[in-house]
Write a protein that binds this ligand. Structure first.
Ligand code: TZP
Ligand code: MG
Length: 206
């Protein structure tokens, strides 16, 4: 959970998702999520299969954002879903007991509920301002602390996190940080990941 990287093809600048992601994994990202909001299904599946194999090569857990079928078909280790994706659904039952289930939450109530419905970890945010997800709801530091206290599964913070503000999360109880632009929007995503990982380790007191 230390450095949970989420892909974003809008920053690729002519490079392939495979290439950039490999650079990020080689630099030490500890968890990988593919997040595709606009890709057609066939391309999404192909990219997910490709990244699933890549993540395996680096021994990094790999999950698919939102799409349970693509998660299962691609050979991913699991799926990450938001509150709106789980309404009326038992995702744990759909994916089986062995797949990783990540759920987004930004209140104590939804975090506890996520844990009860079989989540392996919770993504909490947005902890800082972000331009990446326009409808991201924000969260106070107190709420983040309360969520970390209320659940026993790992908590990963998300939203606007970068190497300049990550130290502000010290002592919150999080297990790691999840980032998109702090890695993928950078000229050298591998170097960015490496620096950020060092900062996260400092923040976690390692
Ligand atoms: N969920 C809450 S904030 C966010 C998501 C997917 C966006 C995170 O992107 P960035 O670029 O790390 O702020
Ligand atoms: Mg979602």
């Amino acid at each position: 959970m230390k450095l949970y990287a989420i892909t974003d093809r809008s920053w690729l600048k002519g490079r392939t998702l495979h290439d950039v992601t490999e650079e990020v994994l080689a630099a030490g990202a500890t968890f990988l999520q593919i997040r595709e909001k606009e890709l057609d299904r066939a391309s999404f599946l192909a990219e997910a299969k490709d990244l699933a194999a890549l993540a395996k090569k680096y021994h990094v857990p790999f999950v698919v954002n939102d799409d349970i079928d693509i998660a299962l078909e691609s050979g991913a280790d699991g799926v990450h879903v938001g509150q709106s994706d789980i309404v009326g659904k038992d995702v744990r039952a759909l994916i089986g007991p062995d797949k990783i289930l990540g759920i987004s939450a930004n209140t104590v109530e939804t975090a506890v509920k996520a844990q009860e419905s079989g989540a392996d970890y919770i993504g909490v945010g947005a902890v800082f301002h972000t331009d990446t997800k326009k409808d991201a709801q924000s969260l106070t530091n107190e709420e983040l602390l309360a969520i970390c206290k209320a659940v026993t599964i790992p908590v990963v913070a998300i939203g606007g996190i970068n190497e300049n503000n990550v130290m502000q999360l010290k002592g919150s109880g999080i297990d790691g940080v999840s980032v998109i632009s702090a890695i993928f929007a950078k000229e050298h995503p591998g170097e960015a990941a490496k620096h950020l990982l060092a900062k996260v380790e400092e923040m976690l007191g390692e």
